[in-house]
Design a protein around this ligand. Structure first.
Ligand code: ATP
Ligand code: MG
Length: 311
């Protein structure tokens, strides 16, 4: 087996002035020019405890799903949690390439597809990445076979694999948090991801909002809640590539009306976020001082009780 040294993910020391304000309601009276970027935390919100499964989902392409999955994973790993990311997108050059799974030499390479087709367990399809504390279940183009071959029980395949793994590990998941990066579609693999999730995290690119896409995402989530996963909720909406504008504020207001129990998080636009995948590093490592790294870090600390917080 080739053992590459794993890179530790750094804590961030963003200055307090650079952090997002946390509010429990939008202030409609302040003109947007004077508005500070704010996280909306509804009064109903409670931080979750590990083990937790999150799904980054939006069938609109380029919304920020993969970036959200990678940066939250990096933030949680930096805080000492054991994190697994599942690539549920068959597109090449997505999450699996960004995080570079470290395959052992001389063994067959498994992937999420192998789990759907009962060729291996989820643990066997999980590989270390180059980053300490983050493991990955990779995917490739052949994941699309799930959509047209529809293996038996596909909708429940990820949920069942996670449950089986926890059972084999003595009743507890070996991971504090699992993040599933969904494809830009609402096909069978995305439904399987939502069926396995405790919470959907919905990234919406500011400026790229498509109300029709949001409506069909909403229908799919409701349908999964009714039929395969009643516990699923929309935990957060991320407004990605956020810039201060009246439009961004209207969007934030609309999103919090549509999802009154969801945390609404702006992730400020940062050219570093677009560069990091090319450098094959999380933004947190590539540009620890960037606003995008800081904003994801703040959200990660809000969502889950961290070990150092005495959880
Ligand atoms: N905060 C940000 N500021 C600037 N660019 C960003 C930000 N977040 C994401 N991006 C860029 O937007 C693009 C799309 O992001 P990403 O790949 O995460 O979206 P996606 O929803 O996973 O896309 P797909 O639907 O193709 O899987 C990428 O080039 C990414 O680097
Ligand atoms: Mg993606």
């Amino acid at each position: 087996m080739t053992e590459s040294p794993r890179t530790a993910l750094p804590p961030l020391d963003s200055p307090p002035g650079d952090r997002l304000d946390v509010v429990s309601a939008w202030d409609a009276d302040t003109p947007y020019q004077a508005w500070r970027p704010q996280i909306l935390v509804p009064p109903t919100f409670r931080p979750a405890t590990p083990a937790r499964v999150y799904v980054a989902v939006n069938q609109k392409g380029g919304a920020g799903k993969t970036t959200t999955a990678v940066e939250l994973a990096a933030a949680w790993a930096a805080a000492g949690l054991r994190v697994r990311v599942i690539d549920a997108d068959h597109q090449e050059a997505a999450l699996s390439v960004w995080l570079m799974p470290q395959y052992p030499e001389g063994s067959p390479r498994h992937s999420l597809r192998s789990v759907f087709f009962d060729e291996c367990t989820l643990a066997e399809a999980t590989y270390p990445t180059l980053f300490e504390g983050v493991d990955v279940v990779p995917s490739g183009l052949d994941l699309s076979r799930v959509e047209y071959e529809r293996p038996i029980g596909a909708e429940n395949a990820i949920a069942a694999a996670i449950a089986q793994e926890a059972q084999e590990a003595g009743g507890h998941s070996p991971y504090d948090v699992t993040l599933i990066d969904a494809a830009p579609s609402l096909g069978l693999v995305t439904v399987a991801a939502l069926t396995a999730g405790d919470e959907a995290l919905v990234p919406v690119k500011v400026g790229g909002l498509d109300m029709k896409a949001m409506a069909s995402l909403d229908r799919t989530i409701r349908s999964v809640q009714r039929k395969t996963n009643p516990k699923l909720k929309v935990g957060a909406v991320f407004l990605t590539a956020w810039d201060k504008s009246d439009f961004a504020r209207q969007l934030a207001t609309k999103v919090s009306e549509d999802y009154p129990d969801a945390v609404v998080v702006p992730i400020r636009r940062s050219v570093r976020a677009a560069e990091a995948p090319i450098a094959e590093q999380p933004v947190r490592l590539y540009a620890p001082k960037s606003t995008a790294a800081g904003d994801y870090d703040q959200a990660a600390h809000l969502f889950l009780q961290m070990p150092e917080a005495g959880a």
